[in-house]
Design a binder for this molecule. Structure first.
Ligand code: SF4
Length: 442
């Protein structure tokens, strides 16, 4: 547990061993495994479930981490309802799908409780790769590169590695302590972590054979309306990061959250759990247009968050949000969660990479950018999707790097939904953006 870590009730409590085995026994071990196809990292779901059913959770976890080194975080934060569990054949007969996320968590909890290590037996490789950013995409990229023995250094400007998993995922889904376990798992493969802000990439280009860009996105975007700089107006990412890794920013009795995506839901639920008596989400469009996942929406309602539709803020005061049409909503604090900005300034310093709408354009098969020395993945490419998308794209880029270096490595089918259906940039696809408003504001 980090120094300031707060304990929130778990969203989905873990399964007991007995319950896990009973649930695993329900699996039909489908030959074509639509659940595995729906996973961006293509974890062999029936195989890991089979190992749980046969009393081998450690073997099950090894199957998971072989495909996805972030198996623990993905078991906790993945929107399984629209991925693996959403594809389970049990839906076809109107039965409850297998609870794949909980089974994965069961195996991964066992793995970490047993001080599990990645089963890599690598031969050292002369090539070295720098990864910029220590979030899920870089961690997945680094772990995959270490499988082939390449030297990897991860550069991160913040004091704690882990990126979104450490600072941005709501505490009731995943804690910084759990994020640290995954970082340590990757570190144990021989990856070096350095806290440093990259101001010029020229030194990296000289010192490394390839560079992976996994810098994610920037701060919450401003609304550009009066009152936004008032101390009572907070931005969602600062709010979440503060209560996860530092001191919680105090919230009053009444909180208004501006936004309609999953980050808005996370901030609203956290405000409620931190003691606000009344929390409302103000969304500028109608209920049907809200981009948050349905289960996130239901979760927010279940903890008492209320929603105000078609509310367009035009001004903040110390005690209210003033909306279009003369509507005034009283509140002690406002939390803005309308999407993250792109890190354009950083990206523009990197020579000869192509940007589109502020996102890095990559080859969807290899993650390679227009500058052949650079590869990229995660939010800076896809605009802000799920942790599992970042994991898939980091792994894909590692395989692209290995291939580009002439190492014998046939690039397997490691493509996220983002990438499979994408334009060359990987910027369109069925998986909703985590912070959808960002799409129109780049
Ligand atoms: Fe098991 Fe459902 Fe996957 Fe079939 S689709 S293998 S029943 S989890």
């Amino acid at each position: 547990m980090t120094k300031h870590e707060i304990t929130f009730p778990e969203l989905h409590p873990p399964l007991s061993t007995q319950a896990a085995i009973a649930e695993a026994d329900r699996c039909l071990y489908c030959f074509d495994a639509p659940c595995a196809s729906a996973c961006p990292t293509h974890i062999d779901v029936p195989r890991f479930i089979k190992k749980i059913a046969s009393g081998n959770p450690l073997g099950s976890a090894e199957t998971i981490v072989e495909a996805n080194v972030l198996g623990l975080s993905c078991s906790r934060v993945c929107p399984v309802e629209v991925l693996c569990e959403g594809a389970c054949v049990y839906h076809n007969i109107n039965h409850k799908p297998i609870t794949i996320g909980l089974l994965q968590r069961h195996a991964m909890d066992h793995f970490y409780a047993s001080s599990g290590k990645l089963p890599y037996k690598t031969v050292p490789h002369a090539k070295k790769v720098a990864c910029i950013g220590a979030g899920p995409a870089s961690l997945a990229c680094a772990a995959e590169l270490r499988k082939r023995g390449l030297g990897v250094t991860i550069f991160e400007k913040r004091s704690i590695p882990g990126g979104l998993n450490t600072y941005g995922v709501a505490q009731y889904k995943f804690t910084p302590s759990d994020a640290a376990r995954e970082v340590e798992l990757v570190r144990a493969t021989g990856v070096e972590f350095r806290q440093a802000e990259i101001r010029s990439t020229e030194d990296l280009e000289r010192a490394y054979d390839a560079v992976f860009i996994g810098i994610g996105l920037g701060r919450t975007q401003p609304l550009g309306i009066p009152g936004e700089n008032l101390p009572s107006v907070l931005n969602a990412l600062d709010f979440i990061a503060a209560y996860k890794t530092a001191q919680p920013l105090p919230v009053g009795k009444t909180v208004a959250v501006i936004g309609g995506g999953n980050t808005a839901i996370d901030a609203a639920v956290a405000a409620k759990l931190l003691g606000a008596a009344k929390v409302s989400i103000l969304y500028r469009r109608a209920e049907a247009n809200m981009s948050a996942f349905a289960f996130e929406y239901e979760h927010a309602r279940s903890v008492g968050v209320s929603f105000v539709w078609n509310a367009r803020p035009v001004r903040f005061t110390e005690r209210s949000v003033e909306c279009d049409g003369g509507v005034s909503i009283p509140c002690d604090n406002v939390i803005i969660a309308i999407g993250q900005s792109r890190l354009l300034e950083t990206l523009q310093k990197i020579g000869a990479i192509e940007l589109r709408n502020g996102q890095v354009v990559v080859n969807p098969r290899t993650g390679q950018t227009a500058n052949p020395k650079y590869f990229a993945g995660g939010d800076c490419v896809n605009g802000g999707r799920e942790v599992v998308d970042a994991a898939a794209e980091g792994k894909r880029a590692a395989q692209g790097i290995i291939e580009a270096m002439g190492t014998d490595y046939s690039v397997p089918k490691v493509t996220s939904p983002t990438v499979q259906n994408a334009s060359p940039s990987g910027q369109s696809g069925p998986s909703p953006l985590r912070s959808p408003e960002v799409r129109n504001n780049g």
